[in-house]
Design a protein around this ligand. Sequence first.
Ligand SMILES: [Zn+2]
Length: 55
Amino acid sequence: MKDRALEEKPACSVKAAPFPEAVACPQCGSETEIWSDETDAACTSCGCKVDHTTC
Ligand SMILES: [Zn+2]
């Protein structure tokens, strides 16, 4: 058994790397990017709080 091998994480192959998701601001309609590892972000245009569930 080589349990140690499972714990090693190659820097170049991170599966859970965060990625930006474009969401339209409910207030002004401007597209704002929210990173997948964050729950919300401020709209770049109006500062309104935008989250992943906002459509
Ligand atoms: Zn906005």
